[in-house]
Write a protein that binds this ligand. Structure first.
Ligand code: G1P
Length: 310
């Protein structure tokens, strides 16, 4: 078997309307929402870069200007900070500028994740590539992508990240049926289904937003019919590869057991910010004791008072 080309490109779909966060996302993409003090998308680009993927393609929708500006020079701001000698803030501003070689393509019609990935075809060419979804932030202390890249190159396969979720959550994800391999936490995927109805899920292994795909996925996506929600689903295309002929390399999963933060809806977004803030060197020291006492107050307010039932 020919040695697969090393992965150098990351594709980040960023064309969603972000309606769960309206009105914040009326004029700004949801990927720019701050998680503590960094836009969600910067965490994802940093993750790609630390896994060695310096070429980043963002598949954008309307309001892409804020994204482009974030990863570009900010001359006026830089000049003001420089004249004040505020090197620390200047460094924060410049960091995102030099982070990666960022490219943009418009999705056009929002026809689903599979369609967004298909828009990357010209840019990606004939190499395997990674896809990172902005709603999932993987803690930098628990690297996931490097393991996925290793599995991809060793087995010349397609790789998705899997997470064991509570059975009540399976209807929110693509769900995998798997069989074990010799390698710990690496599984062979025998079937995939997008967002199964509650009570019908074949397992509790959910796809989280990290994929390492082979370029064959584009041919499959081109013929993938709209599925769940009337959208072209990446999961459906992966299912075809999982059940396809052996030349397709099949699909493998890396089961992730590290820290992952979901920023996809408002409640999870709030939790993500709190979890990341308590661990921050600059904020945690003050935030942790405040949070502890705030939680104690909440607990006291919610505890049944003397004389109350229950
Ligand atoms: C998408 C995918 C789904 C996957 C999820 C991970 O769904 O379609 O298979 O499990 O991302 O976050 P979305 O969350 O965009 O609805």
């Amino acid at each position: 078997m020919a040695t697969p080309a090393p992965v150098s490109k990351a594709v980040i779909p960023a064309a969603g309307l972000g309606t769960r966060f309206l009105p914040a996302t009326k004029a700004m993409p949801k990927e720019m929402l701050p998680v503590v003090d960094k836009p969600a998308i910067q965490y994802v680009v940093e993750e790609a870069v630390s896994a060695g993927l310096h070429d980043v393609l963002m598949v954008t929708g309307r309001n892409k200007n804020a994204l482009e500006n974030h990863f570009d020079r900010a001359g006026e701001l830089e000049a003001v900070l420089s004249s004040k000698g505020d090197d620390e803030k200047l460094q924060k501003v410049n960091f995102a500028t030099g982070l990666a070689d960022v490219h943009y393509v418009r999705q056009g019609d929002p026809k689903g994740l599979g369609h967004a990935v298909l828009r990357a075809k010209m840019h990606v060419g004939h190499e395997p590539f990674a896809v990172l979804l902005g709603d999932d932030i993987i803690d930098e202390r628990d690297p996931l992508l490097p393991r996925m890249l290793k599995v991809q190159s060793e087995l010349n396969t397609t790789v998705v990240a899997l997470l064991e979720v509570d059975p009540s959550q399976t209807h929110l994800y693509g769900i995998a049926t798997v069989e074990p391999t010799d390698e710990e936490d690496v599984v062979r995927i025998t079937g995939l289904v997008e967002k199964p109805a509650p009570g019908t899920s074949p397992s509790n292994l959910a796809i989280i937003g990290r994929y390492v795909l082979r370029p064959e996925i584009f041919d499959v996506l081109e013929r993938t019919e709209p599925g769940k929600g009337g959208e072209i689903q990446l999961t459906d295309a992966l299912q075809e590869l999982a059940s396809g002929p052996s030349w397709s390399g099949g699909v493998h999963g890396v089961v992730f057991r590290g820290r992952r933060y979901d920023t996809g809806d408002r409640l999870d977004y709030l939790k993500a910010i709190v979890q990341l803030a308590v661990d921050r060197e600059d904020l945690g020291v003050d935030f942790r004791p405040w949070l502890t006492s705030f939680a104690a107050q909440l607990g006291a307010a919610e505890a049944p008072q003397d004389g109350e039932d229950g």
